[in-house]
Design a protein around this ligand. Structure first.
Ligand SMILES: Cc1ncc(COP(=O)(O)O)c(C=O)c1O
Length: 353
């Protein structure tokens, strides 16, 4: 029997029942449009509390790409540039949305694990002041990274200190920041607001919401601009209350942390089972809700036929054709049985039992 939940992406999961209920509950009656409603206002208040920043500006967008584009457009002029890991979603998977809507150039850094360090940023400083080059203005990191690894609060603090010393801002793409939060087992404020981050996105869609992401502007000098960019950038939903109501339910009783914790636990369980298989080579630390591994080419299709997942695109000079890279991602509603069934099928394909 095929499992009900596969390992393709947390984007493939549905919405948590509490979220669906919250949407149904805010459906009755008329409320002011464009975010002037009681749900949006309360959600903003709750997010400020979670980020321990009463003055933070908070806006909502429909999706994560828009949250990133609006954040970066808030920080950079058209001739300024953002620096990120080569694997960053803004670089690889947003179809040039940033380049089109913000006009920013992206400078990339090759990494082993999706994480960048201050040392790797040093060469970009030489570009500053040279009129022939886009001016570095922002560092963007993903937390967790697209390779499922997580920055510690200290690593983020080092990056923000380095950024500020060189008159740059630090942005976090937090599409899955809930998974990083439970992985670090500290409050989200400790590795954002209190670690010197200037602007951060706080994703909902990948962790049990139907749609909706938030952008939190922490740095005072960036306040007041994003609402205009949001409208101009086609992200000011008239029925914004449907995002506000979802965030209220998402934050109530720590649903966001419970969902992420479950997804991370399922990834750990999968990892544990895979360590028993010599032909499966786990290539990244499993710190959030995804597992990256190399497996024999010949079993990929039959395994995908049982339960779908993605091959991972590699920009390596010598990709390993016999042992391609794959990503297995868990979500808030991945079941233990899904993991066990997947591992059993993998065992049968690899070892015949
Ligand atoms: C790290 C990261 N950031 C941003 C996004 C963009 O989200 P969306 O597809 O909702 O635009 C994704 C989507 O998978 C992502 O993985």
């Amino acid at each position: 029997m095929h499992p009900t939940h596969n390992f393709a992406s947390d984007n493939w999961a549905g919405a948590h029942p509490a979220i669906v209920e919250a949407i149904a509950q805010c459906n009755d009656g008329h409320f002011p449009a464009y975010g002037d409603d009681v749900y949006t206002r309360q959600a903003i208040q709750l997010i400020r509390e979670v980020f321990e920043h009463p003055e933070a500006e908070v806006i909502f967008t429909y999706n994560g790409t828009a949250a990133n584009v609006l954040s970066i457009a808030t920080c950079c002029k058209s001739y300024e540039a953002v620096i990120c890991a080569e694997t960053a979603h803004i670089n690889t998977d947003e179809c040039g949305a940033l380049e089109k809507f913000a006009g920013s150039k992206i400078y990339t850094i090759q990494t082993k694990d999706g994480k960048i360090t201050p040392q790797q940023l040093e060469p970009f400083i030489k570009l500053k002041g040279n009129v022939h080059h886009n001016q570095p203005r922002l560092i963007s990191i993903s937390q967790p990274t697209e390779l499922g690894t997580v920055y510690s609060a200290e690593e983020i603090q080092e990056l923000s200190q380095w950024a500020h010393q060189h008159d740059l801002f630090l942005h976090i793409d937090g599409a899955r920041i809930a998974n990083a939060t439970v992985s670090l087992a500290i409050s989200i404020a400790n590795f954002t607001t209190h670690a010197g981050v200037d602007i951060v996105t706080f994703g909902g869609t990948k962790n049990g919401m139907l749609f909706g992401e938030a952008v939190i502007i922490i740095n005072k000098s960036l306040l007041g601009k994003i609402k205009y960019l949001q409208k101009q950038g086609m992200q000011l939903l008239s029925k914004m209350r449907y995002i506000g109501a979802q965030y209220m339910a998402y934050l109530k009783d720590d649903l966001w942390l419970r969902n992420a914790s479950h997804a991370n636990q399922m990834a750990r369980l999968l990892e544990k089972k895979l360590w028993e298989m010599p032909q499966v080579n786990i290539v990244q630390k499993v710190q959030a809700n995804s597992v990256f591994a190399r497996i024999p080419e010949k079993i990929i299709e039959p395994l995908q036929a049982y339960s779908y997942f993605y091959r991972w695109e590699e920009n390596r000079e010598t990709p390993d054709e016999r042992f391609p890279l794959v990503r297995w991602m868990c979500s808030f509603n991945t079941q233990k049985e899904d993991v066990i069934g997947f591992v059993d099928t993998l065992n049968k394909l690899l070892y015949g039992y």
